[in-house]
Design a protein. Structure first.
Length: 370
């Protein structure tokens, strides 16, 4: 029987929902169809509000939970319509939901992804697996990043040390060394500050190719102030989110240096912050990689990637496309892979990454219509 799965991903950039129809085999994964549907209109605003407002009502939380489930369902049905496959041929959907709060610090650690799996299963008729982070956290882990176990499966090599860098809203790395334990952690902000500052100052949703950042000058005092954040010096396991790295955080540091800067200088400094913190995280692992594989939408920020390659002059940087998965689809394929692992009873987490007490299958299963 063919192993066809659908993966759905809505990341911290809040740029929309990526869905992929992917086939797994002994040879790896093959994407048959993929689309991104932006959050337009009300739903995008409501998600942003849930994340940025200090208080929300339970009614709003409940309604957006179902609305995101419906939106995922629509994206998946649209994907199927344009593909050669029917819903009955798909074994399962695995989806990220959307993170509205991530607090891995103990005590009272919790992580909350919304996007109702029952709604997705009912509206597509396909068995749906969601809430992948909770079980890792229940076993004492960070619940994030989940990507390293998947990166190991698809990007590792028996001879070559590699590091995978995913530049989403938050950036994370996976250290894949032959015969050594898997490592990985969130390095800090990826695109999130770049996107939010661009939106505030220009009304655009992101800094296309990083062109705007190139018109500004890096401000050293601001860069130093931002890099003093304790998150960067903490040892792994560690993961973070928009609760920490947001515009309020940036404004606090801008007040601290007590100077008014041109908007484009702030953008140039934020781009440098993302590049330097990723490069320093890579160096801190002593992973000695021969190759760095880049994925996530940040790969398209040419200014950022150029800076990263200047900071790591002796290492070859390449896009995940060269290893068979387009950089914008890696995370969505990962959720399909996690759903497959769940249904096969295989573990999905990597305790050396998240700090969980044990390996465990991840995710809750919601059976589709029979
Ligand atoms: N051409 C581009 N130039 C600069 N940045 C881009 C470009 N295309 C995409 N991006 C960045 O990628 C982000 C989306 O990346 P994605 O991997 O989907 O992140 P997430 O997983 O957090 O949703 C956008 O918000 C934007 O910051
Ligand atoms: Mg995205």
């Amino acid at each position: 029987m063919r192993e066809l799965y659908i993966g759905g991903m809505s990341g911290t950039s809040q740029d929309g929902v990526d869905v992929v129809l992917v086939e797994f085999s002994a040879a790896g994964s093959n994407i048959h169809q993929a689309t991104t549907t932006p959050y337009t209109g009300k739903l995008g605003k409501r998600i942003k509000n849930l994340i940025t407002q200090p208080q929300v009502t339970l009614q709003e939380l409940g309604e957006v939970n179902v609305a995101i489930g419906k939106f995922f369902g629509q994206c998946i049905l649209k994907l199927l319509e344009t593909s050669d496959f029917g819903a009955h041929e798909i074994t399962a959907i695995g989806h990220s939901g959307h993170t509205v709060y991530h607090k891995p610090e103990k005590p009272d650690a919790f992580t909350m992804q919304i996007g109702d799996s029952s709604t997705i299963a009912a509206n597509t008729g396909i068995t749906t697996v969601g809430n992948f982070r909770n079980m890792d956290m229940a076993f004492g882990g960070q619940g994030a990043p989940l990507a390293p176990a998947f990166h190991e499966w698809c990007f590792s090599d028996t001879k070559e040390s590699r590091i995978v860098v995913n530049i989403g809203g938050i950036a994370n790395i996976s250290v894949l060394q032959p015969k050594l334990p898997l490592l990985g952690f969130d390095t800090g902000p990826g695109n999130t500050l770049l996107d939010n500052w661009t939106h505030r100052c220009t009304g655009k949703s992101f800094d296309h190719n990083g062109d705007w950042s190139k018109t500004g000058q890096i401000n050293k005092p601001l860069l130093l102030a931002l890099k003093k954040d304790k998150y960067f010096e903490r040892s792994p396991p560690k993961s973070t989110g928009l609760e920490h790295f947001n515009l309020a955080w940036l404004e606090g540091e801008l007040r601290e240096i007590n100077r008014t800067l041109p908007d484009e200088d702030v953008q140039a400094t934020l781009t440098e912050l993302t590049a330097e913190t990723i490069a320093e995280a890579i160096v801190s692992t002593n992973g000695d990689p021969q190759r760095i594989i880049l994925c996530g939408g940040g790969v398209l920020n040419t200014a950022l990637v150029e800076r990263l390659s200047e900071l790591l002059p002796s290492i070859e940087l390449e896009s995940s496309a060269e290893c068979g998965i387009g950089p914008e689809w890696v995370e969505a394929v990962m959720f399909a892979w996690l759903a497959r692992a769940r249904l096969k009873g295989r573990s999905g987490n990597a305790p050396t990454v998240t700090g969980a007490r044990q390996v465990t299958p991840l995710g809750g299963v919601y059976f589709g219509a029979t």
